[in-house]
Design a protein around this ligand. Structure first.
Ligand code: UDP
Length: 325
């Protein structure tokens, strides 16, 4: 299929684009490059430098690529910033998605896989979280993703837009040729690995008094390659009624466990401080991915935290300063 990947110059999008190509799809990438990197787009992949809010540009890209489907990842995605700057989030993410869907309907593209998030659940009552769990986002970022899911449900019913929403838990790790490079970096794993490289800001472990096995937060880390493979499967099984799938490994590791594994994988001491909780961090976020396993046959291939860290460390050592400008 000819697939347009919005946000394909970003961390997850660049992995999705590579895995789609590897599975025989013909990919083009559309990205504003506000947070993405031109160098993250593989050589030979057609690139459209555009913002999803620019409907005419999106329409032109869909037509030029003769797109049959879209994987929509383009978004801004920092939970904390979204609380301080909700306008930017609703505008970029929600207005951007509406503009994209309009452009798709204008040119008759009706298949879409949407990049959603565990942030739609907010503070869960129980773990593992299933797709039927209540959606109560606690940040504007989570709001925007849930709103887009709701738009897709209505557009599926009214316009036959065939869609799947993938709720990612903590994406981590790297493909051999696509890794993580956020500026500034806020995520735990790349921050720890940057320290191992002797760069980056000091890291504080956010909270040691959570009701977990060692007092630090538990998160469900999923390898970006496993995440990307789920998009390929979802693309092959789209329907107008839509489908929502959690994507995690179902286990979960504490911040301290990730730190211990990072020290082991890198062979560096990685000094950290222990500090107060970060606002809005639930104690535990662990997915049940049973639904996508049962319906699409998806299962993670890299569920060990050391394996995930090793893949990220490998990429970072070969790209010590991230993607070139
Ligand atoms: N975390 C931390 N120090 C940091 C960054 C993150 O202790 O400098 C913790 C954070 O509280 C969470 C986990 O690491 O429990 C993963 O955070 P990250 O920001 O990577 O992803 P999130 O879970 O917020 O999507």
């Amino acid at each position: 299929m000819n697939v347009l990947v919005t946000g394909g110059a970003g961390y997850i999008g660049s992995a999705v684009a590579r895995v789609l190509e590897g599975e025989g799809h013909t990919v083009a990438v559309l990205d504003s490059l506000v947070t993405g990197h031109r160098a993250a787009v593989a050589l030979g992949v057609r690139f459209f430098h555009a913002d999803t809010r620019d409907k005419a540009a999106v329409r032109a890209a869909l037509e030029a690529h003769r797109a049959e489907a879209v994987v929509h990842l383009a978004a801004i995605s920092q939970v904390g910033t979204s609380v301080r700057e909700p306008r930017a989030y609703f505008d970029n993410n929600v207005v951007g998605a509406l503009s994209l869907f309009d452009a798709m309907l204008d040119v008759g593209v009706r298949d879409i896989v949407f990049s959603s998030t565990a942030a739609v659940y907010g503070e869960p009552d129980h773990c593992p979280i299933v797709e039927e769990s209540p959606t109560r986002p606690v940040s504007p970022y989570g709001d925007t993703k849930l709103m887009i899911e709701q738009v897709l449900a209505r557009y599926g019913a009214a316009y036959g837009l065939r869609h799947a929403c993938l709720r990612y838990f903590n994406a981590a790790g790297a493909l051999p040729d696509a890794g993580e490079d956020h500026r500034p970096e806020t995520h735990l794993i790349p921050r720890l690995l940057q320290l191992a490289q002797g760069r980056g800001e000091p890291v504080s472990v956010f909270g040691t008094d959570y009701p977990t096995r060692d007092g630090t937060c538990v998160r469900d880390y999923i390898h970006v390659g496993d995440l990307a493979r789920a998009h390929v499967l979802a693309l092959g099984a789209l329907r107008a009624e839509g489908r929502v799938y959690n994507l995690g490994c179902g286990g979960g590791f504490t911040v301290n466990e990730v730190l211990t594994a990072a020290r082991k994988v890198t062979g560096h001491a990685i000094p950290v401080a222990y500090g107060p909780r970060r606002e809005g961090d639930p104690a535990e976020l662990v997915a049940s991915s049973a639904r996508i396993g049962k319906e699409l046959g998806w299962a993670p291939r890299h569920a060990g935290i050391e394996e995930i860290l090793a893949s990220a460390w490998d990429w970072m050592q070969r790209h010590p300063l991230g993607w070139p400008a």
